[in-house]
Write a protein that binds this ligand. Structure first.
Ligand code: ADP
Ligand code: MG
Length: 256
């Protein structure tokens, strides 16, 4: 038995080839990525560079063509949906469009409780208590519990999506362009909230964005993607202050 603590998530030589009507498309090519507990790792790159495909493989919503995914040292790459169920609650995601992510016919409270119901966590009363606690934690007044998603602003909806993701006590939350559709002032509020929640709950984030300023603000480490590959990675400050790859230099030069 090894005494070395295992990383929360480890992607090794992950590849994804899509079969399309035009032939094969390598969306992600031989990527290594380690997500440590409590840390924020950024994935940056232009649209189509493969960021969301990496996220979907990490979340095990998509099976890699080759390579492996380890969670706390255990290889879950070939696991069936049934076997993956407890793993899925450890990995949650928040995407760009909260209005599309929330169930429109369920109240805010029901939305937050839904993953707990699916994963069989707690009794009804307990779920309610937890959902109300999470609602407060993400900064929405209790009156919001019985509101419907369309009655909330975009920023509030994203707060509800975050509360829902946290309802199953995940280790890692994938934030795929999670603030990209919000106004700049709302973005800052959500980023502050995410940082507070991370400290409080020892969460890991895989933070995906095409916005370098946001990545710089929140990520301990960053991987720069270009055409399905990671062309550069390391401590965010080092990568941004001393970019080595021509693509990273170009990306940084484009920031106003
Ligand atoms: P990003 O998130 O960086 O914008 P994506 O991971 O969404 O990039 O996409 C990477 C590439 O893979 C793109 O060329 C995209 O068109 C392609 N792609 C993504 N999903 C599929 C799919 N299900 N079938 C075929 N091609 C796909
Ligand atoms: Mg994407």
């Amino acid at each position: 038995m090894s005494a070395i603590p295992q990383p929360l998530i480890e992607l090794s030589q992950i590849r994804k080839v899509f079969r399309t009507s035009h032939g094969a498309l390598t969306a992600v090519d031989s990527i290594d990525l380690i997500v440590e507990r409590g840390s924020t790792i950024g994935l940056v790159g232009e649209s189509g560079s493969g960021k969301s495909t990496v996220a979907r493989m990490l979340l095990r919503l998509l099976t890699p063509t080759s390579g492996s995914i380890r969670i706390l040292g255990e290889d879950v790459t070939g696991w069936s949906d049934k076997k993956l169920k407890p793993v899925r609650s450890m990995l949650q995601w928040v995407s760009q469009h909260p209005a599309a992510a929330l169930f429109p016919n369920l109240t805010v409270g029901q939305n937050i409780m839904e993953p707990m119901r699916i994963h069989g966590i707690g009794m009804a009363q307990e779920r309610q208590r937890k959902a109300r606690g999470l609602l407060a934690k993400v900064g929405i007044p209790q009156e919001g519990f019985h509101a419907f998603p369309h009655e909330l602003s975009g920023g509030q909806q994203q707060r509800v999506v975050i509360a829902r993701a946290l309802s199953v006590d995940p280790g890692c939350v994938v934030l795929d362009e999670a603030v990209s559709s919000l106004d700049v002032s709302v973005q800052a509020q959500i980023l502050n909230l995410l940082q507070d929640l991370q400290e409080e709950m020892n969460l890991s984030y895989l933070f995906i964005s095409h916005n370098l300023a946001v990545i710089r603000l929140v990520c301990d480490e960053v991987a720069v993607m270009f055409l399905g590959r990671v062309v550069e990675s390391g401590k965010t400050r080092e990568v941004f202050d001393h970019p080595l790859h021509p693509y990273t230099k170009k990306l940084l030069a484009a920031v106003p």
